[in-house]
Design a protein around this ligand. Structure first.
Ligand code: ADP
Ligand code: ZN
Length: 211
């Protein structure tokens, strides 16, 4: 099963992906994580990506599509995968349909008023886990791997505002794109904790893959 995870920044795509990876063995492909690894490694892709990411804009389509296309040729995606953060506009969605077969789009729908606080209170680990300050109780290391947690450079109110604008203009239309293809499954996450959102998604996936 090949899945696109759709949702605004802060909707909880990464959190759900990490739980789905464990339960269903789907490979988790996050374009944001790939860009951050490139920035950390000082690669040419990282250098291009950084200026866009810091401005809350999308990294150019050619760069992003090439990365995903290459990633989908690797061995670990053969048993199914989840795309987290891709596609992010109509062009990317159309390109994706040329080099991949998507079975399902899971749209995590969250009230916009919750997003700013969620993102600005987010603390992340280099292993991909993320947390919110309100549930960390002062902890500064990752529960999964013990590494120190940090705040992403782009998780500040100004950049988040721009990322939300970008989302509503460019990414939200994809809800309709997948609806028209008959592939859309929307989960209203609202104020529900991640485990409850996961239960809804896992039940739907369970029906489809028999797990
Ligand atoms: P979030 O979903 O919280 O905004 P991500 O980690 O998915 O965070 O993405 C961080 C940034 O990386 C985005 O704001 C954007 O600049 C860039 N990025 C990630 N995925 C894409 C993509 N598919 N196309 C263009 N830029 C992307
Ligand atoms: Zn960790």
């Amino acid at each position: 099963m090949n899945i696109v995870l759709l949702g605004a920044p802060g909707a909880g795509k990464g959190t759900q992906a990490s739980m789905l990876e464990e339960r269903f063995g789907l490979a988790h492909i996050s374009t944001g994580d790939i860009f951050r690894a490139n920035i950390k490694g000082g690669t040419p892709i990282g250098k291009v990506a950084k200026s866009y990411i810091d401005a809350g804009k999308l990294v150019p389509d050619e760069v992003t599509c090439d990365i995903v296309k290459g990633r989908l040729c690797e061995e670990d995606v053969k048993g199914g995968y989840m795309l987290d953060g891709f596609p992010r506009n109509l062009f990317q969605a159309q390109e994706l349909d040329k080099f991949a077969h998507i079975d399902l789009c899971i749209n995590i729908d969250v009230d916009i008023n919750l997003l700013m606080d969620r993102i600005c209170g987010r603390r992340v680990c280099s292993c991909g886990e993320s947390y919110h300050v309100t549930t960390l109780n002062g902890a500064t290391t990752c529960k999964k791997c013990g590494s120190p947690l940090y705040q992403r450079d782009d998780d500040n109110p100004e950049t988040v505002g721009k990322r939300l604008d970008t989302y509503f203009k460019e990414t939200q239309p994809l809800v309709d794109y997948y609806k028209k293809q008959g592939k859309l499954f929307t989960v209203k996450s609202g104020k529900q904790p991640p485990s409850e959102v996961f239960a809804v998604i896992a039940a739907e996936l369970g029906k489809r893959v028999g797990k």
